[in-house]
Design a protein around this ligand. Structure first.
Ligand code: C2E
Ligand code: CA
Ligand code: CA
Ligand code: CA
Length: 275
């Protein structure tokens, strides 16, 4: 028993410690990274399937850490949610995205929406409507050119969620449910919550041609969205076959590597200036 305990301890010191220290390094360097401009925002086009025109972009945060290099948001966003720094990252992305969209419009591009991811903590803490109003006013961007992507966890989370969503809707902001189908919430919330769009999670899109059950789920989600008079977008579209399936099922929009990866703002301008 003593031997086992010792081995266990050694395992902890060697491998776990490394993980713990990477995690705490990340946790501790977010504030400074924001101050030093290490965070940037990339934009991924969202395409109308029928016309193949761009209808919006999703803002996705990027971080180049001076020692650790590029860190995926899939790694640092959960850490930032734990230590509260998500509030600051979220506000940075919101402000940057609103300003960027206004700059594109001023440069003469045909206007489209910018979609910003809002984490559960960002939505439940503080006054999201005030933060959003301030970002829009400072950028000079009209509210209907902003969309907020909310996850099912936000919606289940607080009883105040519905009134916050209504307040944002009244302002003219679009709301979407991100990663739709991956949460465990009841479908009845779709009736209660004032959202415009369902975003089909990329897990389902990826399996359209490998798993008949995922294909059936995608078709059902699209049909249900339309019956509820909601817009529906599929994320993670990588192949022409997936796009053809979605088009056949009358999915409204698509986003994914088949069209474009998340891009620098200059690249968006280059691609869509004259379309
Ligand atoms: P998400 O909101 O579901 O964003 C979609 C992710 O899928 C992005 O990863 C995007 O780059 C990636 N993606 C897009 N098209 C394809 C495709 O065709 N194939 C594949 N395999 N992937 C595709 P990314 O940028 O690494 O972001 C990961 C997650 O981190 C996001 O998932 C979101 O949950 C979170 N995140 C990113 N930026 C922000 C942010 O500004 N605020 C918050 N709260 N979360 C963010
Ligand atoms: Ca998203
Ligand atoms: Ca998503
Ligand atoms: Ca996701």
């Amino acid at each position: 028993v003593k031997e086992e305990g010792k081995n266990h301890f050694q395992f902890f010191t060697s491998e776990m410690n490394e993980l713990v220290s990477r995690k705490s390094t990340i946790a501790m360097s977010i504030r400074k990274g924001l101050k030093l401009g290490e965070f940037t925002v990339h934009y991924q086009p969202q395409i109308d399937i029928e016309t193949e025109n761009i209808i919006g972009v999703e803002a996705l945060v990027r971080w180049h850490h001076p020692k650790l290099g590029s860190i995926s948001p899939a790694e640092f966003i959960p850490i930032a949610e734990e230590n509260g720094m998500i509030i600051h990252i979220g506000e940075f992305v919101l402000r940057t995205a609103c300003q960027q969209n206004k700059d594109w419009q001023d440069s003469g591009m045909a206007p489209f929406r910018v979609a910003v991811n809002i984490s559960a903590k960002q939505f439940s803490q503080g006054n999201i409507a005030t933060v959003v109003t301030s970002a829009l006013e400072d950028a000079g961007l009209a509210p209907h050119f902003l969309e907020l992507e909310l996850t099912e966890s936000i919606i289940q989370g607080a009883t105040s969620a519905i009134s916050k969503m209504q307040e944002l809707k009244t302002m003219g902001i679009h709301l979407s449910i991100d990663d739709f189908g991956t949460g465990y919430s009841s479908l009845s919330y779709l009736k209660l919550f004032p959202v415009d769009t369902l975003k089909i999670d990329q897990h389902f899109t990826r399996n359209i041609h490998n798993d008949p059950k995922d294909a059936a789920l995608v078709a059902t989600i699209i049909q249900m969205a339309h019956n509820l008079e909601l817009n529906v977008i599929a994320e993670g579209v990588e192949t022409l076959e997936q796009l053809a399936f979605l088009k056949n099922k009358r999915c409204n929009q698509a986003q994914g590597y088949y069209f474009q990866k998340p891009l620098l703002p200059e690249k968006i301008e280059e691609l869509y200036m004259n379309t």
